[in-house]
Write a protein that binds this ligand. Structure first.
Ligand code: IYR
Length: 226
């Protein structure tokens, strides 16, 4: 039986134009400083920052508000090691056999390879899972599948929120997608409806961290007006 929508008045703070512009400029300048980091220090970071960032991610819009995501936070060194070794095994196979010459050529500007020490060095690894479908306990105590809508888009938006929140709180991140990623669900014992979406090492950059010299497209190259 369909449930009915219940409405309440919107809590919306209308700002002066000058305040809007100032916040927009500040956010832009801050976000422009985000870089994907591959050299992490092992210095611990407060779990409260990770928790708040996941709260931010959990506030993202999602298809039918189904919130089809799970954020696994790993700090246990033995588990991080296990994940690193499995990721490296898959990545070695990918770099040496599965990726096309065109793909390797496209990646050359980043200088990446199959080695993933950052998975062990960073104090936290967040593995984001997409719930391909939901599970509901029916009246007869049997589990029923609940259809999820737009779960890829929803989780992508939530990960964007997560990366921005971690950056704003002074932490460095890397979006890493070892392929295939199924080993993550196995190692972390996730249920059958959850698919690994992205693996994110989080922490402070190493003292001598370096990043590739790359640039972002200009506004004129990414925006069209109609
Ligand atoms: N998943 C591999 C390869 C890789 C692919 C893309 I597309 C990147 O932007 C970066 C890396 C790896 O993490 O090394």
């Amino acid at each position: 039986m369909a449930r009915k929508a219940v409405y309440e008045s919107l809590d919306f703070e209308r700002l002066d134009i000058s305040e809007q512009q100032q916040r927009s400029d500040e956010f832009l300048q801050r976000m422009l400083k985000r870089r994907s980091v591959r050299h992490f220090s092992s210095e611990p970071a407060p779990i409260s920052l990770i928790e708040n960032a996941i709260r931010v991610a959990g506030s993202a819009p999602s298809g039918a508000n189904q919130q089809p995501w799970t954020f696994a936070v790993i700090s246990d060194p033995a588990l991080k090691r296990k994940i690193r070794l499995s990721a490296e095994a898959e990545e070695k196979e990918s770099y040496e056999r599965r990726m096309t010459p065109e793909w390797l050529e496209a990646l050359a500007v980043l200088g990446t390879d199959w080695r993933k020490p950052h998975i062990e060095d960073a104090p936290y690894v967040i593995v984001v899972f997409r719930q391909a479908y939901g599970i509901r306990r029916a009246d007869d105590d049997q589990d029923e599948r609940v259809m999820h809508y737009y779960s890829d888009e929803s989780v992508g938006i939530a990960v964007g929120f997560l990366l921005a929140a971690l950056h704003i709180s002074g932490l460095a991140t890397l979006t890493h997608t070892p392929s295939p990623m199924k080993f993550l669900a196995e190692i972390l014992g996730r249920p059958a409806n959850e698919r690994p979406f992205v693996l994110i090492p989080v922490g402070y950059p190493a003292e001598d961290a370096e990043v590739p010299v790359i640039s972002k497209k200009a506004l004129a190259d990414i925006m069209v007006r109609h």
